[in-house]
Design a protein around this ligand. Structure first.
Ligand SMILES: Nc1ncnc2c1ncn2[C@@H]1O[C@H](COP(=O)(O)OP(=O)(O)OP(=O)(O)O)[C@@H](O)[C@H]1O
Length: 420
């Protein structure tokens, strides 16, 4: 672990566009005591949120996730400690001014019901004094980004939108002034599981383009695994039990408390983090339409293979035949099997396992760019991959691990350390 905390944006920072990438956040020895409460809701937390990364907060109800999140944009004022945003100590700056630099997304979008979609999204740009044309262009650009057709949706009112659409507009509104930081409080908690999955995928896509610094509270551990570069597991009074990558939390939970959070299927969750292209595929045996069945069977026997993948003239798999099926043919035909169990090499191991289970083969054909045949994946390969990944992850602590502690005794940069 480094002995300094850097909150500046790193990497491919483009000239003249300081706000379009994330800024790091340092929550520096922060405590929150609510009036009338004996114990603090958040007790001396120091947490480094790396620039351009997505950090997920998980933990039991009432452990202080939302309080910690809202102290970042000072919707809740810290009782003690400081918040550093990028290189600035923002603990004492005007709260409204701060919130223009930090997008905020709440459950169900939190849209103003009496304002159209365009007005909702254009709210902060208007407060910043942008001219009408610039606001209008920005609204259209953001609606496109969140997959809503501007021509259809810009003049609608929130009640004329589905829950998922409202949530998309909420994300667009939070991004309107291109803030470097996005805070999200249970953003997808109010939508059905399928819409939730789609919105999560969209957020991953948006983040791959924008590289904001995102801090997100969730009750859904699977969501944390899917979206997070890093996950903070909190217990009472925002005590950090583990701050780690999803892979390491799954492979190396810090204690029984974290294990309880993961649930009983750590191995299966690991499957969603690995891709088919990351594992060693079986080469399989291939043939083409027009090949003589007996010759192919002889080749299969020599190779000890029970199936052959039939490729078309562009090397795309079209059939997957067993020796028995072949024995009924003279020559392999050029038919395409619509039920061919095929997965792309970018699919997760979880998707691959799904495909294998649905087809009942215990294996699937893998394709790469332009759907060309790459090899075969089977259940044993997946199992071996999980074991290997778990061992590899468990043995390697990431060099760039951010700081998360409740002791408050972490050395910091000169700027952050001036008042320590
Ligand atoms: N305005 C308030 N006044 C007094 N106590 C509060 C206030 N807001 C929150 N608390 C208390 O502070 C603690 C932390 O609350 P917080 O909302 O941060 O937890 P959380 O982890 O986000 O919970 P949940 O997962 O249920 O949303 C809780 O015990 C809560 O009762």
């Amino acid at each position: 672990m480094s002995n300094t905390i850097s909150t500046s944006s790193q990497g491919t920072h483009r000239e003249g566009s300081a706000s379009d990438r994330g800024a790091g956040i340092l929550i520096d020895r922060v405590t929150k005591r609510y009036p009338g409460q004996k114990a603090p809701a958040v007790d001396g937390i120091t947490l480094e949120i790396p620039a351009g990364k997505t950090v997920m907060f998980v933990g039991p109800s009432g452990c202080g996730k939302t309080t910690t999140l809202k102290m970042i944009n000072r919707l809740i004022e810290p009782s003690e400690g400081r918040i550093i945003l990028g290189d600035d100590d923002v603990t004492d700056i005007d709260g409204d001014e701060l919130r223009r630099r930090i997008g905020y997304v709440v459950q169900a979008g939190g849209l103003f019901p009496h304002m159209s979609v365009a007005k909702n999204i254009g709210l902060v740009p208007k407060m910043l004094g942008w001219d009408k044309q610039r606001i209008s262009n920005r609204v259209d650009e953001l609606l496109d980004l969140v997959s809503l057709d501007p021509a259809i949706y810009r003049d609608r009112y929130p009640k004329e939108l589905s829950g998922g659409q409202q949530q998309r507009v909420g994300v667009a509104r939070a991004l309107a002034a291109d803030p470097p930081v996005l805070l999200m409080d249970e953003p997808f908690g109010a939508v059905d599981p399928i819409t939730r999955q789609r919105l999560q995928d969209e957020l991953i896509h948006i983040q791959s383009e924008l590289h904001k610094t995102i801090v997100c509270v969730t009750h859904d551990f699977d969501e944390a695994v899917k979206l997070g570069d890093w996950i903070v597991v909190f217990s009472e009074r925002a005590e950090i039990v583990q701050y780690d990558t999803p892979e390491r939390i799954l492979a190396e939970p810090a204690n029984e408390f974290v294990e309880g959070f993961i649930g009983s299927c750590a191995g299966l969750k690991q499957l969603t983090l690995s891709r088919v292209g990351d594992v060693d595929l079986l080469p399989g045996i291939t043939a083409r339409s027009g090949d003589r069945a007996q010759e192919v069977i002889a080749r299969m026997e020599r190779a000890g293979e029970h199936h052959v993948v039939v490729l078309d003239d562009r090397d795309r798999p079209v059939q997957w035949l067993s020796r028995r099926q072949l024995s009924r043919l003279n020559v392999i035909d050029g038919l395409t099997d619509p039920k061919l169990p095929v997965v792309g090499n970018r699919a997760t191991l979880n998707d691959a396992l799904d495909t294998m289970l649905v087809c009942g083969e215990g294996a699937a054909v893998v394709t790469g760019p332009r759907d060309k045949f790459l090899g075969i994946i089977d259940v044993e390969t997946v199992m071996r991959a999980i074991t290997a990944i778990r061992q590899q992850v468990a043995n390697s602590v990431p060099a760039d691990a951010p700081v998360g502690t409740n002791t408050g005794s972490v050395p910091t940069t000169a700027a952050a350390g001036a008042r320590l």
